[in-house]
Ligand binder design. Sequence first.
Ligand SMILES: [Zn+2]
Length: 273
Amino acid sequence: MDSARRERASTLLTAALAVALVLLFAMSLVFASDPTGRWMHGGSGSTHPDLPADIASAPLAAPAPAPSGSGGYKLLEFEDDASGVPVRWDPCRPVHYVVRPDGAPPGGEQAVEQAVAQVEKITGLRFTDDGTTTEPPTMNRPAQNRARYGDRWAPVLVAWTDPAEYPHMAGYAGLAGPDAVSGGSPGSRRYVSGVVYLNRQHLSEVATWGDGRQRIDSVVLHEFGHLVGLDHVEDPAELMYRTPTAQPHPNGFEVGDRRGLAALSGGPCFRDF
Ligand SMILES: [Zn+2]
């Protein structure tokens, strides 16, 4: 619509999102350097939550095969530097999530539903919607919050927020990442929780653009890509390019993104916790 305003917003985001990779990577390094500290500090005083009641003895669904062709991807975390085995979500149990819906832009709720559906279809992971929450977004959110969620890993928090509430959101369309813990043996790190924070201020403006809905869909899907373990790539053709707002992706994840999601699929099922 207003191309000058839109250009300004895009430029701001391009500049700001250039920093996002560094921050996201730094965040994952913090997680990696102290995999257990975050939930140990969560106040439970105990170790891991019990096995969930909805755990299955086999993967809940089969992932899609990796597409052929070119298109690269990067993954956020590996079990160790030598193995090349990525840290993944456990495919034998659903990924639980809650939504803090306050201030969602038009089309925002549908964008989350579509992102979940596309990630499920490609990875074979299954998501369980635990409903809405009043939990606000926080930095270093603990992977357990017994007072709010009981004896289990905290469900992924999907929250619409803005820089006034969450200052780190300044200049970003969204921030997201998974939360890994280790079972103590090699190859036992797995994602158990995470966050998807979406900039309701910026995306409410995007919603007024001609192709705003498509751009919101792309931003939300991009953030869910981080949640399942994808990092940024330098190729602007991929959804996981560092500036998802710059270009709508009507098909969602592109070829490289899908190959990355295939690498994140089919992980081991854990029974230790
Ligand atoms: Zn990103």
